[in-house]
Every structure is written in C-alpha cells, then in structure tokens.
Design a protein. Structure first.
Length: 102
C-alpha cells in the first residue's frame, strides 16, 4: 500500500482539485459562520431569524452538514452574519489559504 500526503482532507477525498477547492472554501465559510453565531449567545430561533433562515436550516449549519449548503448559500449567510468575505486568487501551489473571512 502506497502512502499519500495531502494538504487537506478534501484533497484526499474529492475526485478533482476543483471539487476539493470548493469544499475547502465551503468548510472555511461554514466554520466562520458557526463561530459568529455562537458568539451571538442567542437561542437558535433568534439566530435563524437574524440570518433569515428556518431554525432547522440553521441547525444543519451548526451541526456542520456541509452537503446541505452550496458555496453561494454560505456566502449569502456570511454576509447576513456580518462577515466580510474575500477570495484570494493566485497561482496554484502557494501556501496561503484560498479564502480569508474577516
């Protein structure tokens, strides 16, 4: 059995570099939104209202059900959560993260 080393779990489990990049961006956005919502110290129904989603939809987000969220949906939620999202475009192979959430 040959051992492979990957930069991220997404590189290991996704079929293509494009799919891996999409999942990396989605996971970073999801984590940033989760942290923001937790810092609101509010009940889930109020946080859902603030994000203009249903409470079950927010529950999916908070439980990390990444398969239920597109990159577009997460971008919209990040903006509603008061986050500024910036995508850094650069040649492949550099060490920096693909996305910064400020």
């Amino acid at each position: 059995m040959t051992k492979h080393q990957y930069d991220s779990v997404w590189d290991a489990i996704e079929d293509s570099p494009a799919e891996a990049a999409n999942m990396k961006m989605r996971s970073e956005l999801m984590i940033a939104i989760q942290e923001t919502v937790k810092n609101w110290n509010s009940i889930q129904s109020k946080s859902a209202e603030r994000l203009d989603v249903t409470q079950p939809r927010l529950n999916d987000l908070m439980r990390g059900r990444i398969d239920k969220f597109s990159l577009d949906a997460l971008m919209n939620l990040a903006i509603k959560a008061g986050l500024s999202v910036r995508v850094n475009i650069r040649p492949a192979g550099r060490e920096k993260k693909d996305m910064a959430v400020v």
